[in-house]
Design a protein around this ligand. Structure first.
Ligand code: GLY
Length: 352
């Protein structure tokens, strides 16, 4: 770290402004280069995973007040990171096979063409903010493990126990039933564990985009496993000229397809956000090894994409049509917000 950055951080710390000081994006103050998809008319909009309903509502109200899209999206996903009842993200997330919560997050900022990410971060409730700090304060894109934690602690983040009693009990239940439910490959090739995650893509009326994805990753994963969420182009991706996309679901499949990058590239080629999400799912199918496909060649796992373009259009798609029971309970939906109107919208699906 050079002297000027050191003194900058020290000054913030002296005035008790860390880590909250970094929520005011230095990146946001840089000039935007206008460049639109096709003479678009952007509007204040945020989309995300279903669990981001409160988050997209907050993000849109922040952007309507003139705030930066990435700052707004990060504040949105923090609602889930800090919520102990969301067992797929941040505090309260399900741990790895050793009972340790390891968090992944990444973000991008369209106007400044910057990205930041953390992988295998322990002890910090809001990896989204640490990823944004990597984006804003460093010349790097990804920090991992203990060094990512050290970086966060240096910035003033607090180390805390992230394993809630509920998550610990769930982990103990899993341990008592080890095999065939662990993360090692079983003889029949199945690998039944769960993935959660929260994503938000955000667009301002000025046409600036930002994206963030954050997760506790695959439940009971092998320690050190990093999923798609902290991988730029997989867990999320945005391009100021086109739009933004993100993903939830089986990270390994999404990494193989560079899914969020692919969604943005399909939108660049003229596809609607929904069609681009379906195209990415099709690419995932094509990239899937046979042990993960059923007899009809359909993936056994689930994966979801969410996208918006700079015209203010949006869409989401999931791999399979949800069961009727799931649909009756709001399954197969994603979160969308415009000022004063946050709601769940139905997703398209690739397979009936
Ligand atoms: N998509 C979350 C994960 O696989 O870690």
């Amino acid at each position: 770290m050079n002297t000027s950055r050191k003194s900058f951080i020290k000054t913030l710390g002296t005035f008790g402004l860390l880590p909250w000081a970094i929520t005011q994006s230095a990146a946001a103050q840089q000039l935007t280069t206008p460049s639109r998809l096709n003479g678009s008319n952007p509007k204040t909009l945020a989309v995300g995973s279903r669990n981001a309903l409160r988050g997209v509502e907050l993000a849109v109200s922040m952007m309507a007040d003139g705030q930066d899209p990435l700052d707004a999206a990060v504040e949105g996903v923090k609602i889930q990171e800090l919520d102990p009842d969301d067992m797929s993200v941040g505090y309260g997330g399900l741990p790895n096979e050793h009972g340790v919560v390891q968090l992944d997050a990444s973000c991008m900022h369209g106007p400044t063409k910057r990205a930041g990410a953390v992988g295998c971060l322990e002890g910090i409730k809001t990896p989204s903010e640490v990823a944004k700090a990597v984006l804003e304060l460093t010349d790097h894109i990804m920090l991992v493990g203990d060094d990512a934690k050290t970086f966060a602690l240096q910035l003033g983040f607090q180390e805390e126990n992230l394993l809630t009693e509920r998550a610990r009990e769930a982990w103990l239940r899993w341990k008592r039933n080890l095999n065939p439910s662990d993360n090692w490959l079983n003889e029949d090739g199945s690998n039944p564990t769960s993935t959660g995650t929260v994503h938000i893509s955000a667009l301002t009326q000025q046409g600036d985009v930002g994206s963030i994805t954050t997760t506790s990753g695959l439940s009971y994963k092998i320690p050190g496993r990093v999923g798609d969420s902290p991988i730029i182009g997989a867990g999320q991706y945005c391009d100021q000229r086109v739009g933004s996309a993100g993903s939830t679901g089986r990270g390994e499949a999404n990494i193989m397809a560079c899914g969020s990058f692919y969604v943005v590239e399909r939108m660049r080629s003229g596809e609607s956000p929904e069609q681009a999400c379906l195209s990415a799912l099709q690419r995932v199918v094509e990239m899937t090894e046979s042990r993960l496909l059923d007899d009809d060649g359909r993936p056994r796992f689930n994966l979801n994409y969410y996208a918006l373009n700079v015209n203010g259009e949006f869409g989401g798609a999931t791999m399979r049509k949800p069961s009727q029971r799931s649909l009756d309970n709001g399954g197969g939906t994603f979160a969308v917000a415009e000022p004063g109107n946050a709601r769940l919208e139905p997703m398209a699906w690739l397979f009936d």
